[in-house]
Write a protein that binds this ligand. Structure first.
Ligand code: HAM
Length: 448
């Protein structure tokens, strides 16, 4: 009887990230951390699951995220005194950050809270290139009491300018910033009424989802990707015509500050974003790529998205705490960087660290009896900060050279003679040069 069973695989829509690609992930995260530090941000880590109600109230019941894409389960009570609770893997991190802001009374500190996070999010979407069920976001949130300046258009422009700087430092080419204002909560009420009126005579011709949204949350009709409904959607009123004077002035000030910084943008009056908490400024950055809107996959496929959420804290039962933030899709950022570098051409736009770095040395023991000495030599070199790999004394010399050439810049031969004399043979692959080096000089020679 065969005892073999089919090997288990990662769940659909989830992925293993393997070296050397993980080095690229780490460099991107490191660059983000460096840039965020320059702008005065501190890191926040919130739980990966939260009460379902947080997302229902924050992101909105009628959004695709909450109505279709969440991983939600009933967490059983473990004792008589406990109640079963509906929990959800976080589909995004803004609601969690604002919950933490409220819970820890960060508003009472009086100053602006500038927070960033890097971590996995979960949405049950149809997996495809650049869209996964577990994906990573690098995000920031800036929020605080009104007295901290959290409502100022300077905050919006600073966050956008920081993004432009980060993308430039990462070597991302051809990014495009699309910008809009979805107005204040009051503007939105008037726009909501206008949308309802405009949808009334036409909604019967729309898909079932949109008919329901027309009743419950007409703004979400604008996110619809239903092809048959696009003509009706295109003819609906535009939010720009419903902004009051304050919202208009805010938007104008954001644009003026961006102009002053030399950050280019395009105003896209249709950009409403798929989450309910947004007010005033909304934005997305796109880059031509295999998951780009231009290739017909829909605007959902941005590299990053964000906006202002002046009422979110109150929606979650907290104090007034206007804020703005964004989240970069890290998986998509990696795809963009890899695509833009293509064949790793000489004029490759990205920094050298896009590509896995070779180790400083590969130590090849000649004969199994030299293995221990090789490990001791590796320890010595590694303690000086060099990156070293150790082969195996049973390898033939040719095999050692081939293995070394793949992973390291130099090979160090360690046979019985070398062990006895403390003079080592070093070959540098780039030049083909072979030299004898005294053990005491070896670290310096390998560093050259
Ligand atoms: P979002 O637009 O839903 O916004 O997501 C932000 C980014 O996450 C997207 O632009 C995309 O790059 C990436 N993303 C979303 N879903 C997936 C997926 N299934 N697979 C791969 N990448 C994905 C938010 O999440 C807001 N919390 C952003 C924000 C922060 N707004 C204010 N502060």
């Amino acid at each position: 009887m065969s005892t073999q069973s089919s090997p288990l695989k990662a769940v659909r829509g989830t992925r293993d990230l393997l070296p050397p690609e993980t080095a690229l992930w780490n460099r991107i995260e490191q660059t983000a951390r460096e840039v965020f530090a320059r702008y005065g941000f501190g890191e926040i880590r919130t739980p990966i699951f939260e009460a379902t109600e947080l997302f229902a109230r924050g992101v909105g019941e009628e959004t695709d995220i909450v109505s279709k894409e969440m991983y939600t389960w009933e967490d059983r009570a473990r004792a008589q005194s406990e109640k079963a609770q509906s929990l959800t893997l976080r589909p995004e991190n803004t609601a969690g950050v604002v919950r933490a802001y409220i819970e820890h009374k960060l508003g009472e500190r009086g100053d602006l809270q500038k927070l960033f996070y890097i971590g996995p999010q979960f949405r049950r979407e149809r997996p495809q290139r650049g869209r996964y069920r577990q994906f990573w976001q690098i995000g920031v949130e800036v929020l605080g009491p009104v007295s901290s300046g959290s409502e100022s258009p300077v905050r919006d422009a600073e966050v956008l300018e920081m993004l432009a700087t980060l993308l430039d430092e990462l070597g991302v080419k051809n990014w495009r910033l699309e910008l809009n204002s979805v107005g204040s909560t009051e503007d939105r009420k008037r726009y909501d009424a206008a949308l309802r009126a405009a949808l009334e005579p036409v909604k019967a011709r729309m898909c079932e989802d949109n008919q329901r949204r027309a009743e419950t949350n007409p703004l979400r009709v604008l996110d619809s990707k239903e092809p048959a409904d696009q003509e009706i959607i295109a003819a609906l009123p535009k939010i720009a015509d419903y902004l009051d004077e304050d919202s208009r002035a805010h938007f104008a000030a954001v644009r003026a500050a961006l102009d002053a910084c030399g950050v280019a943008y395009t105003v896209n009056p249709r950009l409403v974003r798929g989450l309910d908490y947004y007010t005033r400024t909304t934005f997305e950055f796109t880059v031509p790529s295999s998951f780009d809107p231009a290739s017909g996959l829909g605007t959902q496929n941005a590299l990053l998205g964000g906006g202002r959420y002046d009422g979110l804290s109150e929606m979650l039962g907290g104090p007034k705490a206007p804020g703005i933030g964004f989240a970069i899709g890290e998986d998509r950022l990696i795809l963009v960087l890899q695509e833009q570098d293509g064949s790793r051409a000489v004029d490759a736009p990205h920094p050298e660290w896009m590509w896995a770095k070779k180790l400083d040395a590969y130590i090849a023991p000649i004969g199994a009896e030299c293995n221990a000495a090789a490990l001791a030599l590796a320890r010595e070199l590694r303690r000086t900060g060099l990156s070293v790999e150790v082969g195996d004394g049973t390898f033939r010399l040719k095999k050692s050279f081939d293995a070394a050439d793949k992973v390291a810049r130099n090979i160090v031969i360690l046979g019985e003679d070398e062990v006895r004399s403390d003079i080592l043979t070093v070959k540098t692959f780039a030049t083909g040069e072979q030299t004898k080096v005294a053990r005491a000089e070896l670290a310096k020679a390998l560093r050259a």
